[in-house]
Design a protein around this ligand. Structure first.
Ligand SMILES: CSC[C@H]1O[C@@H](n2cnc3c(O)ncnc32)[C@H](O)[C@@H]1O
Ligand SMILES: [Zn+2]
Length: 434
C-alpha cells in the first residue's frame, strides 16, 4: 500500500504544542506525508489506495520498548520473587544455557506477537542467537534495534568467539529490511565483562560505527562490587573504558549519585528506565525526575518477560508516571505527557532514531498505534493524553502500522501465526524444562 489516508480520527502527538487534534493523516511510501484538522482534502481522498475510517479510534506514535530480551518470554513465570543475582545465576542462566536457535526463534515470536498486540512498533533486544531474533523482526514487520549481548565470564577464546559473533551479526543485519533493523554492540554489564573485554567491544563499535548498549547500576550490590573490584562506581568505570565515547544506551541506571547523573548528561548517554522489572527484582527506583532535569534522554523498557512478566509498554508508561510521584511526594515529578514521550519520542532518540519514529509529524515513518476509545474507561472525553497514560492498557490497541504497513488489524496479527507460536512456545518450554 503506497498511499493511504486516515480520516475522522483523533490524533495524539505528545511532543507537539497542540497534543491532540481531530482530523486526518496521509501516508505515502511508508512516511507520514501530511496531516490536518477537520475533513481530509478531496485530492488526498482521491489519491489514496485505502481510506481508514478513524472514528472511535485514537492514533498515537507506535510505542518504543528500549530494553528487553524477547526470547525470555519462554521463561515467563518460571522463577518469580527473587533478587537479580539469584534469579540470573540460579534460574535464568542455567535455562538459557540450554537454549537453541529454535528456542530463541519461537520465544522471540511469542514476544513479537505480544508486543504488536499491545501497540509496540519498535523494540530493542539484547540476546544470543540474534540471527533468529532478526528473522522474527523481519517477518513480524516490526522495527528493531538488535544486539548480540556478550558475557565475558569465560576463557579468552570463547570471549573472542562471542565478540566475532556480535561483529558478524552487525555486518549481516545493520540497515536490513529497508532500515527497519539497526544494530548495537553490547557488553552485558560491567560485572560480567572484564575491563579489557569491554575495551575490545568499544573498539569494535568504533570500527563498525555502531552505538553501545549495556546493563548498568541495576542493584546496590552491583555498584558495591564494582567499587570493590575496580575502585570506581560503574559510570566512572565505563567512562574510563571509553564506552560513552560512542552513542550509548544504558539499561536500568537505578543506583546513581549526583556526579554520575551529571556525567551521563555530559556524555549524552541515554537511559532505559525499566520500572516494572526494577520493582519485581527489588532492585530499587531509578532517579528519573533528576535524570530528566539534568537533560538525560530517559526512555522505557520492559526488560524480559521473565522479570516483568508481560511486554505491555502501556504499563511502563503508567508506572513511570505514578511511581516517581509516590517516591518523591511531588505529583508533577513525571507528568502524563512526559511519560508518554518516554514511551515514544524519547525512546526513538535513545536509539538514534529521533527523526525517524516516535512521532506523528510529517517526515516521520508511519509507525502508528490505534487505540479503540469507544470504551467506558475512555469516558468522558476530557484529556486523551491523560487517558492514554492513566487509563489505557495494551488490550485497547486495535490496529498497528510499521513503516506504513499494517501489521495488526482489529487485533488480528497480519504477519504472525499466533496459534502456531503458542503451540511451539509451549513445546520449546517443555523440552527446556526437561
Ligand atoms: C547476554 S544476553 C542478555 C542476558 O541478560 C540477562 N538479563 C535479563 N534481565 C536482566 C537484568 O535485569 N539484568 C541483567 N541481566 C539480565 C539475560 O538473562 C541474558 O542472559
Ligand atoms: Zn535486561
Amino acid at each position: 500500500m503506497k498511499r493511504w489516508l486516515i480520516e475522522n480520527g483523533i490524533f495524539a502527538e505528545p511532543s507537539a504544542e497542540r497534543q491532540i487534534f481531530e482530523g486526518w493523516l496521509y501516508v505515502e511510501e511508508g512516511y507520514i506525508a501530511a496531516s490536518g484538522e477537520g475533513a481530509a482534502p478531496a485530492e488526498l481522498r482521491d489519491q489514496a489506495e485505502e481510506i481508514v475510517n478513524g472514528s472511535g479510534l485514537l492514533f498515537m506514535p507506535g510505542l518504543i520498548n528500549t530494553h528487553g530480551h524477547a526470547a525470555m518470554s519462554l521463561l515467563r513465570g518460571l522463577a518469580d520473587d527473587l533478587v537479580l543475582q539469584d534469579w540470573l545465576e540460579n534460574h535464568m542462566w542455567p535455562m538459557e544455557g540450554k537454549f537453541t536457535g529454535e528456542d530463541v526463534y519461537w520465544g522471540t515470536s511469542l514476544a513479537a506477537a505480544e508486543m504488536i498486540l499491545s501497540g509496540t512498533t519498535t523494540f530493542v533486544d539484547m540476546y544470543d542467537h540474534m540471527d533468529k531474533v532478526a528473522e522474527v523482526a523481519a517477518q513480524a514487520g516490526l522495527r528493531a534495534t538488535l544486539t548480540r549481548g556478550v558475557i565475558g565470564l569465560c576463557p579468552p577464546d570463547v570471549q573472542t568467539a562471542k565478540l566475532n559473533d556480535a561483529i558478524q551479526f552487525a555486518k549481516n543485519w545493520q540497515g536490513a529490511e529497508n532500515g527497519r533493523i539497526q544494530v548495537m554492540m553490547s557488553p552485558h554489564s560491567p560485572y560480567t565483562c572484564p575491563p579489557d573485554y569491554i575495551e575490545r567491544i568499544v573498539a569494535a563499535a568504533h570500527e563498525l560505527d555502531l552505538p553501545l548498549h549495556t546493563h548498568m547500576s541495576e542493584t546496590a550490590a552491583e555498584v558495591a562490587l564494582n567499587v570493590k573490584q575496580y575502585g570506581a562506581r560503574p559510570v566512572e568505570h565505563l567512562d574510563k573504558l571509553g564506552l560513552f565515547s560512542r552513542p550509548s544506551l544504558v539499561a536500568h541506571a537505578v543506583h546513581l549519585n549526583d556526579d554520575e547523573i551529571a556525567l551521563l548528561a555530559e556524555r549524552h548517554v541515554a537511559v532505559s528506565h525499566n520500572p516494572v522489572s526494577n520493582l519485581k527484582l527489588a532492585s530499587g527506583v531509578a532517579r528519573v525526575p533528576d535524570l530528566l532535569r539534568a537533560g538525560v534522554t530517559v526512555s522505557l523498557g520492559t526488560d524480559g518477560a521473565a522479570s516483568n512478566n508481560n511486554l505491555d509498554l502501556f504499563e511502563e508508561i503508567r508506572l513511570a508516571a505514578l511511581l516517581h510521584k509516590g517516591v518523591s511526594g511531588d505529583p508533577t515529578a513525571v507528568p502524563a505527557a512526559e511519560a508518554l514521550r518516554m514511551g515514544t519520542i524519547y525512546g526513538a532518540r535513545s536509539i538514534g532514531l529521533g527523526d525517524v519514529t516516535g512521532s506523528l509529524r510529517p517526515g516521520f515513518k508511519a509507525d502508528i498505534t490505534a487505540v479503540s476509545i469507544d470504551k467506558p474507561h475512555f469516558m468522558p472525553r476530557t484529556d486523551y493524553i491523560s487517558h492514554l497514560v492513566y487509563s489505557a492498557s495494551g488490550a485497547d490497541v486495535a490496529h498497528v502500522w510499521v513503516d506504513g504497513r499494517r501489521i495488526l488489524r482489529d487485533r488480528e496479527l497480519l504477519t504472525l501465526d499466533v496459534e502456531r507460536i503458542r503451540y511451539e512456545a509451549q513445546r520449546c518450554f517443555e523440552r527446556l524444562r526437561g
